[in-house]
Design a protein around this ligand. Structure first.
Ligand SMILES: Nc1ncnc2c1ncn2[C@@H]1O[C@H](COP(=O)(O)OP(=O)(O)OP(=O)(O)O)[C@@H](O)[C@H]1O
Ligand SMILES: [Mg+2]
Length: 156
C-alpha cells in the first residue's frame, strides 16, 4: 500500500494525470471514498493523462461513459447504484481495449478483471482543510507494488 498526500483539487488532478500517463489498455482502477472525496476530480486527471480532450462529467446518473483518448479510451463508471448481481461486463463492454475507472467499484471489479488498481481517497483532517490521502494498492498479478510505485513516481 502506497499513500500519497494531496493538498487540494489541483494536486488531485495532477496525481490523476500522472496515473493516466502510465495506464494501458486493459487496466482497471477501482475508486473508493466518501461523497465529495475527489473520485471524479482524480478521474478528470486520469483522463487528461490519457489524452482525453473535452469535459469529463460525473457519471452518477449514466452509470458509464466512454471517452476517446490518445491511444486508448477511458471508460468512466459509477457503480454506486449497482450490486454484484448486475452483469457488469455488459455495462462495460470491451474493457480490455480501454482503461476503466469505476467509482464505488468494489462490488463489481471481479466482473471485469482479476487484477486492478485499488485507490481509496480519505480525508483525515477537519473542515477547512482540503487535504486528502490517496491510498493505492494493486490487486492481482498485473499490479505488483513496483508498478504502482513507478506509476506514482512518473513525471507529470
Ligand atoms: N484535495 C482535494 N482533492 C480532490 N478534490 C478536492 C480536494 N480539495 C477539495 N476538493 C473539492 O472536493 C470536490 C470533490 O468532488 P468530486 O466530484 O471529485 O468527488 P467524488 O468523490 O467524485 O464525489 P461523488 O461520491 O459524489 O461522486 C470538488 O469540488 C473539489 O474541488
Ligand atoms: Mg464522483
Amino acid at each position: 500500500m502506497i499513500s500519497v498526500e494531496v493538498h487540494d483539487a489541483t494536486a488531485m488532478t495532477d496525481l490523476g494525470r500522472r496515473l493516466g500517463a502510465g495506464l494501458r489498455a486493459g487496466d482497471a482502477v477501482c475508486l473508493t471514498g466518501r461523497l465529495g472525496a475527489g473520485k471524479t476530480t482524480l478521474t478528470r486527471g486520469i483522463a487528461a493523462g490519457l489524452g482525453v480532450t473535452g469535459p469529463v462529467s460525473s457519471p452518477t446518473f449514466v452509470i458509464s461513459r466512454r471517452y476517446p483518448g490518445r491511444d486508448v479510451d477511458l471508460i468512466h463508471c459509477d457503480a454506486y447504484r449497482l450490486s454484484e448481481d448486475d452483469d457488469f461486463a455488459d455495462v462495460v463492454p470491451d474493457a480490455e481495449r480501454a482503461v476503466t475507472v469505476i467509482e464505488w467499484g468494489s462490488p463489481v471489479m471481479t466482473a471485469i478483471s482479476d487484477s486492478w488498481l485499488e485507490v481509496e481517497i480519505v480525508r483525515t483532517t477537519g473542515a477547512g482543510d482540503e487535504t486528502r490521502w490517496v491510498r493505492c494498492e494493486g490487486v492481482g498479478r498485473d499490479w505488483a507494488e513496483a508498478r504502482v510505485r513507478e506509476l506514482l513516481a512518473e513525471a507529470p
